[in-house]
Write a protein that binds this ligand. Structure first.
Ligand code: R5P
Length: 293
């Protein structure tokens, strides 16, 4: 019989413990020290032998430090284990999935090479930014979705005639899935991002949202720029309340404050990234996918 063990990296230890509990397998903890020069030192409490090891580590900020920890743990345990699988609930660098401007590096491809070189055989991630990003990893990988869990959370809220909105056309499919599960309708806004400055603008004209509660659905919030611009636009159209549903709430710098100031009532996200808005637990969807391996 194949034995599983779960190792939690510093960025995802709580989620890793939940996954181990659901799988009824041992949880192995790690410790990370950061030296004054920025280097990390990682210690694994126990190296499992002849076991399939699942290393759980999201790569949110500090992105490179968390990535290096995942690579280091995997590289160490693969020497004694039969296989190493990486669960990367939030996959950093997934937005760098193509050369938008001449000379840009498709960094998600480089990440894939590093993961492979550290001995990882399979990757499981949650709501990766794009299908292309998954393809660019060039390693056996699976993407699971947190949308069902997010929708269940919103079903418990008393919303007035809810309308699901994608802040950009690229997120239409996600918004459609969300709306279908919530048994309501959806629209997608037209967004433009300046590739050099990163500045966001909403290009849509009038939308019919009067007196409706809105749910802005996105895969991730980083600076909050997209959500702020979309909310300001929608508030001008006389909607009722605006809520945000996203899988990965990075909320860098003052994003949470800026989003609140724009008029958002609440942000609901998942524990792929721990934080105040992380109300939806993805351990079940991840462990169910692992059970079928
Ligand atoms: C873009 O395509 C993504 O789906 C998100 O909308 C975007 O990355 C969010 O970034 P920010 O919060 O910085 O606008």
């Amino acid at each position: 019989m194949v034995k599983f063990s779960v190792i939690g990296g510093d960025a995802s230890s709580d989620l890793a413990k939940k996954i181990a509990r659901r799988l009824k397998v041992p949880y192995i903890k790690t410790e990370r020290k950061i030296f004054p020069d920025g280097e990390s030192k990682i210690i694994i409490s126990y190296i499992p032998k002849k076991s399939i090891v699942i290393v759980v580590q999201s790569t949110y900020p500090p992105v490179d430090t968390n990535l290096l920890e995942l690579l280091s743990i995997s590289s160490k345990v693969q020497k004694c284990s039969s296989k190493v699988y990486a669960v990367i609930p939030y996959m950093g660098y997934a937005r760098q999935d193509r050369e938008f401007l001449d000379g840009e590096i498709v960094t998600i491809g480089v990440v894939g090479k590093l993961l492979k070189a550290s001995g990882i055989k399979k990757i499981l991630t949650v709501d990766i930014h794009s299908k292309l990003a998954l393809k660019q990893l060039k390693i056996s990988s699976e993407n699971v979705s947190a949308i069902d869990g997010l929708v269940k959370h919103f079903q418990k809220m008393k919303l007035k005639n809810p309308l699901v909105i994608s802040p950009d056309l690229g997120g239409q499919e996600r918004a459609k899935t969300f709306a279908n599960l919530l048994k309501t309708d959806f629209i997608a806004l037209k967004k433009h991002r300046d590739r050099k400055t990163g500045k966001v603008n909403i290009l849509s004209n009038k939308v019919e949202v009067r007196d409706r509660d809105l749910i802005l659905v996105d895969d991730m919030i980083s600076t909050g720029g997209s959500i702020v611009k979309a909310t300001q636009f929608l508030k001008k159209q006389k909607c009722k309340r605006v809520f945000v549903a996203c899988t990965h709430a990075l909320l860098v710098d003052n994003a949470a404050k800026n989003i609140k100031n724009a008029g958002v009532s609440q942000i609901i996200s998942t524990n792929t990234i721990p934080g105040n808005s992380a109300k939806v637990d993805v351990s079940k969807v991840i462990s169910d996918a692992l059970k079928s391996k």
